[in-house]
Design a protein around this ligand. Structure first.
Ligand SMILES: *Cc1c(COP(=O)(O)O)cnc(C)c1O
Length: 480
């Protein structure tokens, strides 16, 4: 009996507490809420307020809150209202030293590529229009010839991304038949691209050859039968094996494919068009080199080492590319006009020998002296912002990213800031991410590090601004 009475009392107080909840009309009528109407519309504001009301209601019921004032409910809704009112996909400063940073948008387009995007984005264009004939043209014609020129391929085709190019190649050329892949190359890339899954989805049957660490030519020889459509060589991307390892040279694989009458496809992943060994980065074959060494069809990304927009390219023998082009799946993977404009502009820069103007290329090719000088300038720029800050010039290890040159570190330079007085490196990094534009930095023990290799013109000033806003944030009494 006693228990029942206690329950009843609690229920009464709970309903009394609930009566303190402000009405939706009152909330919508408040200045703090209505300020968001022009940003996201009244209905969206209302739905965010409704969630705040229902979470306040739950707290009142539980007794976690005594009363819900108008201000209390509005404060609850405020973070979400602010978050939904601000643009979400925004530029950041990449001070991580990872050049092809997939989470930060991979490659930055060159100025020319950006200009090309701008020129077609808000206007009608020749996307599928043949000006000479005045009739329908093909959207991929804009880049086909350029791909041939820069890779030496007989033909080329572009789709949405490289995963799409691999899928299209396997579906169009190997569906219902077998594809031989080395066990050492059955990799997962970036968590979502797995060769065995792509293979299954394409309708081709995977046949594994060799062992994880070693695959010999005789393993491929044994795996090829009259059911085999192709041999697929996959760039192992971020994955690197060391020690007792062996893979088959491209030329030998090409000769075997030729002799047995099967297609030799190579998923190159990054797809550089240059000999990057000239910039101290040996070991990554260019697309042209793979084709010259006998690959029949090479697939690669546009936004990794190439430094262009997100695109997937398949280049190689004419009859293979034509089969891909006329395969229905191709239509589902087609590229939009802004991407094509950026890709055309980027390829033209390669054609003219102006690849040094492509950010990814210039960042990879940056000389250590130049990086050191850039770090010195950054240091001078930052020191006045935090006069009490402990900045120092440091040597850093940068990375190519994008799965190319796995394990290889690029010697670089940066500016380190001791986190003494900031709590921890993680805390300072999080405050820098809250600046607008946000700064994404590197860190090591008790230091936040700004790598200069991946900075673009003007980024030093932005880092200075982010640091001063972080300092303001840290000075606020109740900041988290
Ligand atoms: C990056 C990569 C892919 C996926 O390319 P996307 O352009 O991201 O679709 C496929 N294969 C390899 C070997 C890669 O490195």
């Amino acid at each position: 009996m006693k228990g029942d009475r206690t329950n009843e009392m609690q229920n009464k107080t709970a309903s009394a507490r609930l009566r303190t909840l402000p009405s939706m009309d009152l909330l919508l009528g408040s200045e703090r809420a209505s300020a968001f109407f022009p940003l996201i519309g009244r209905e969206a504001v209302k739905s965010i307020l409704a969630s705040a009301l229902s979470s306040a209601r739950a707290d009142l019921l539980e007794g976690a809150m005594e009363e819900a004032s108008l201000d209390a409910v509005l404060s609850r809704a405020l973070p979400e209202l602010e978050r939904r009112s601000a643009d979400s996909l925004i530029p950041v400063v990449n001070a991580t030293g990872v050049v092809v940073h997939t989470n930060l948008g991979r490659s930055c387009l060159s100025n020319r590529a950006v200009e090309a995007v701008r020129s077609v984005a808000g206007r009608y264009s020749t996307l599928e229009f043949d000006l000479a004939e005045g009739r329908r043209g093909s959207r991929t014609d804009h880049v086909e010839w350029l791909i041939r020129r820069v890779t030496g391929a007989e033909a080329g085709l572009v789709v949405n991304n490289n995963a799409g190019a691999v899928l299209l190649a396997l579906a169009a050329l190997c569906r219902g038949r077998e594809v031989v892949v080395s066990r050492g190359e059955l990799v997962e890339i970036g968590g979502s691209f797995r060769i065995p899954e792509i293979m299954e989805f394409s309708g081709a049957r995977l046949v594994e050859a060799g062992a994880t660490n070693r695959t010999h030519l005789r393993d491929y020889e044994r795996a090829i039968t009259d059911r085999t459509a192709a041999v697929l060589k996959v760039h192992p991307s971020n994955f690197r094996m060391e020690g007792f390892v062996c893979s088959v040279p491209r030329e030998d694989l090409a000769a075997l494919a030729e002799q047995r009458g099967v297609i030799f496809i190579e998923d190159l992943g990054s797809g550089t068009l240059l000999d990057l060994s000239l910039h101290g980065l040996p070991g990554e074959p260019s697309v042209g080199e793979c084709l010259r060494q006998g690959a029949h069809l090479v697939t690669f990304s546009g936004d990794k080492l190439l430094g262009g927009p997100q695109i997937g390219c398949a280049a190689g023998r004419r009859e293979l590319v034509e089969t891909l082009r006329s395969y229905p799946l191709n239509r589902a993977l087609r590229v939009d006009k802004m991407t094509l404009a950026a890709f055309e502009a980027t390829l033209r820069q390669y054609l003219r020998g102006e690849e040094g103007e492509i950010p990814v290329v210039s960042m990879l090719a940056a000389a250590e002296d130049d990086l050191e000088r850039a770090a010195v300038s950054l240091l001078r720029l930052l020191e006045p912002v935090l006069p009490e800050g402990r900045f120092s010039l440091v040597r850093v290890e940068d990375a190519v990213g994008g799965g190319a040159f796995p394990g290889r570190m690029l010697p670089g330079w940066g500016v380190a800031l001791s986190v003494e007085g900031w709590g921890s490196a993680g805390r300072l990094q999080s405050m820098l991410r809250r600046a607008r534009p946000p700064v994404v930095s590197g860190a090591r023990e008790n230091e936040v590090v700004f790598h200069v290799r991946t900075l673009l013109p003007g980024d030093g000033e932005l880092i200075a601004a982010a640091l001063s806003s972080a300092a303001e944030l840290a000075a606020r009494p109740c900041s988290k």
